[in-house]
Design a protein around this ligand. Structure first.
Ligand code: NAD
Ligand code: UDX
Length: 464
């Protein structure tokens, strides 16, 4: 049985970075090297000032500070790290395909395949290769085929070990996971590989929380978990509109149903729509897989979660325009928040991008304040949609470092992210600096309606 002393992780992103930092913290006897092709990103992970690491997550910089240089390393030397490690995690991005067959739905596996080919080429001794990225069910088969057909005759074991952390709470989720899922082959060699990875996690995760399955169950469980979580949000968001029509309050409805222990209280917060790099991508992938097996009803069922979410984002921007007397042309509208959720600087698939795009199409002037997202990132997100030229986007959107300045002479404020600080602002001061009537569209239901109305705001929430 090989003793694990060196781990390598390919991909220093939102998953690879925090996950490996926590493994390094909890396993001081294991050398953990995180590699990436992106030299800028690696340089940021190595920045002397830990405040400059590329990913903002509460608690992360302290862990990096503790472990970096001791047994946690960030490097662009992919080959060396692969060669030395006994376990190689693949944690690269698996975005939705933007070309060819399955465009707009299937997962793009080109980065995964590159990793597999590189591992095969470099490995001179037996390796355990761990799928940490979220992958379509049966991807391990393809990885195995590439490794076995292009390798140097060494043995590879492929494990599926999906990551369930949520951004904004990554460190807590990694330190105290609900479960660790490890899928592997049922052969003795497969079981031995599973045990090697179990031994890594059991340095801090109780054994009863480490679940082992076959590879396909593990791969499919990740897509399933994300589909179920997103489905709850689309379900409550679907009802939020019915609440608005009937006088019911979606927060009260969510509380009432969430107290049923069979339903549970989490993931029932109505919103402007879910964002993030995972939910949409993974459901589209699930839909694509179901379709590829001819399961049209199954595919349509899950696709509805996405359709509902797109509708919820659209509904929010339409409501803003309609409420502002059917025109937002040349009106300043302030966005509080651009990140897809609080406590992260990640903006991938954030609802804010789509709402801004709709309002700019109506010729609104958008002013953004987000405590963690830079102006360059905001404009890049908008440009990425390719709705209009870069010049037009730059002329239509300004970002501010100060929330109060962002609100001056504004017609309306739209809350797009649930950052805690928004609830503690001097809302009277904000009101005084705005044009009247002053509107607040709370896409996250975090502000106090009674307080805002007593100041003089016209306040609209989601689902009440
Ligand atoms: P990311 O884009 O932040 O990071 C991926 C990194 O991989 C990038 O820095 C990229 O440069 C690097 N990379 C790509 N190909 C490479 C190669 N051949 N060699 C070296 N480096 C390479 O992505 P992420 O958010 O960390 O997600 C990674 C995977 O984890 C995805 O499959 C995603 O679905 C899954 N996942 C993400 C989350 C999340 O919250 N973000 C949660 C669970 C699972
Ligand atoms: C998700 C999964 O939760 C995580 O397990 C998986 O590993 C990666 O994908 P993440 O996307 O980081 O994590 O954040 P999550 O907390 O799930 O939020 C996703 C989106 O849903 C955010 O835009 C959030 O604001 C929104 N949301 C969440 C709601 O609108 N209502 C809710 O009740 C919960």
């Amino acid at each position: 049985k090989t003793k694990i002393t060196k781990i390598c992780c390919i991909g220093a992103g939102y998953v690879g970075g925090p996950t490996m930092a926590v493994i390094a913290k909890k396993c001081p006897h294991i050398q953990v090297t995180v590699v990436d092709l992106n030299t800028e990103r690696i340089a940021a992970w190595n920045d002397k000032d830990v405040a400059n690491i590329p990913i903002y997550e509460p608690g992360l910089s302290a862990i990096v500070e503790e472990a970096r240089g001791r047994n946690l390393f960030f490097s662009t030397d992919v080959e060396k790290a692969i060669e030395e490690a006994q376990i190689i995690f693949i944690s690269v991005n698996t975005p939705t395909k933007t070309y060819g067959k399955g465009k707009g739905k299937a997962a793009d596996l080109k980065y995964i395949e590159l990793c597999a080919r590189q591992i095969a080429k470099i490995s001179k001794d037996d390796k355990i290769v761990v799928e940490k990225s979220t992958l379509p069910v049966r991807t391990a088969e393809a990885i195995k085929s590439i490794l076995d057909n292009t390798g140097n005759g060494v043995q590879f074991q492929i494990l599926s070990n999906p990551e369930f952390l949520a951004e904004g709470t990554a460190v807590t989720d990694l330190l105290h996971p609900d479960r660790i899922l490890i899928g592997g082959e049922t052969t003795p060699e497969g079981q031995e590989a599973i045990q090697a990875l179990v031994d890594v996690y059991s340095n801090w995760v109780p054994e009863e929380k480490i679940l082992t399955t076959n590879v396909w169950s593990s791969e499919l469980s990740k897509l399933t978990a994300n589909a179920f979580l997103a489905q709850r949000i689309s379900s409550i968001n679907a009802l939020s509109e019915l609440c608005e029509k009937t006088g019911a309050d979606v927060n009260e409805v969510a509380k009432a149903i969430g107290m049923d222990s069979r339903i549970g209280p989490k993931f029932l917060k109505a919103s402007v729509g879910f964002g993030g790099s995972c939910f949409q991508k993974d459901i589209l992938n699930l839909v694509y897989i179901a379709k590829s097996y001819g399961l049209d009803e199954v595919a349509d069922y899950w696709e509805q979660v996405i359709i509902m979410n797109d509708y919820q984002k659209k509904r929010f921007s339409t409501k803003i325009t309609q409420t502002l007397y059917n025109t937002v042309a040349d009106k300043k509208i302030t966005f509080f928040g651009w990140a897809f959720k609080k406590d992260t600087n990640d903006t991938r698939e954030s609802a804010a991008i789509y709402v801004a795009d709709d309002l700019i199409a109506e010729q609104a002037k958008i002013a953004v304040y987000d405590p963690k997202v830079s102006r360059e990132k905001i404009l890049a997100d908008l440009d990425y949609l390719k709705t209009r030229s870069q010049e037009e986007n730059t002329a239509s959107l300004v970002s501010y470092e100060n929330p109060y300045e962002a609100c001056q002479e504004s017609h309306a404020i739209a809350v797009l992210t649930e950052w805690d600080e928004f609830t503690t602002y001097d809302w009277q001061k904000i009101f005084d600096s705005m044009l009247k009537p002053a509107f607040v569209f709370d896409g996250r239901n975090i502000l106090n309606k009674t307080d805002l109305e007593s100041i003089g705001f016209i306040y609209q929430a989601i689902g009440s």
